[in-house]
Design a protein around this ligand. Structure first.
Ligand code: MG
Length: 245
């Protein structure tokens, strides 16, 4: 049984809760707005395997949220004991991105449009916060989710140095939203993203939309965990109300 009020009370045990509800939602993209992680993991696995680096497809679910360079360096450190050069990163990320494109367009996440419309109708600022630099999917946002993300309210791989699990992407998102951590929620689907959200100080929602177990979200600092996007979308009005109690 998910208890929104209890989760909020726990989060605000030491700091005062804003009295008039939250002002912004900082929203991850892959695995939240798009059912894209199975294609990302397949593309990473293909690229790494072709290089002769031993890996499993599932391990790439664990790297979700890291920058492309950080993921490539995990592979390079393991296989060669060194970081990749900037040229290697560029070439290998381009190859991975190409494999991702070749698999076709990932589906919009069921329930995501309902979730976004609820936020918009409640007057809550939406900020996209993704570690992705995958242009093929960033280009779809205006078509798939029209009027949801203003162009000056998007943090992507191009805007951050550290990437998740560093809180930097979410701190940038707070800046863009013009509010502080107490007034915003983070919406995430992956442990490193949850960790980044939690470190930023925001109330962090973890949603399991793939093979990552709910326990991993909790262990990474999620304030509340939902079993699917449709479940979160249906609970979102009561979550927003509970912030105002
Ligand atoms: Mg994600």
């Amino acid at each position: 049984m998910i208890d929104e009020k209890e989760a909020i009370a726990r989060h605000f045990a030491k700091t005062p809760k804003p009295t008039d509800g939250i002002k912004a939602a900082l929203i991850d993209m892959d695995g939240v707005l798009y059912d894209s992680m199975k294609n990302h993991t397949a593309a990473w696995f293909r690229m790494a395997t072709e290089l002769g680096i031993e890996c499993t497809r599932n391990e790439f679910y664990g790297y979700e949220g890291m920058t492309g360079a950080a993921t490539i360096n995990v592979l390079f450190q393991r296989a060669y004991g060194r970081d990749a050069s900037p040229e290697e990163v560029k070439a290998l990320y381009a190859r991975k991105a190409q494999y991702f494109v070749e698999m076709g367009e990932p589906q919009m996440m069921p329930g995501a449009a309902q979730m976004l419309n609820t936020l918009r109708d409640a007057g809550i600022t939406r900020v996209l916060v993704t570690g992705s630099g995958q242009q093929s999917i960033l280009d779809r946002l205006d078509r798939d989710y029209p009027g949801i993300f203003a162009h000056d309210k998007r943090v992507t791989a191009h805007d951050v140095t550290h990437g998740k699990p560093d809180p930097e992407p979410y701190l940038k998102g707070l800046q863009m939203a013009g509010c502080n951590a107490r007034e915003a929620i983070v919406i995430e689907n992956a442990p490193l993203g949850v960790l980044a959200g939690s470190r930023s100080g925001c109330f962090t929602v973890g949603i399991t939309t793939g093979p990552i177990p709910e326990a991993d979200m909790t262990a990474s600092g999620a304030d509340i965990v939902y079993a699917s996007m449709p479940e979160f979308a249906s609970h979102l009005p009561s979550l927003l109300n509970a912030f105002k109690d």
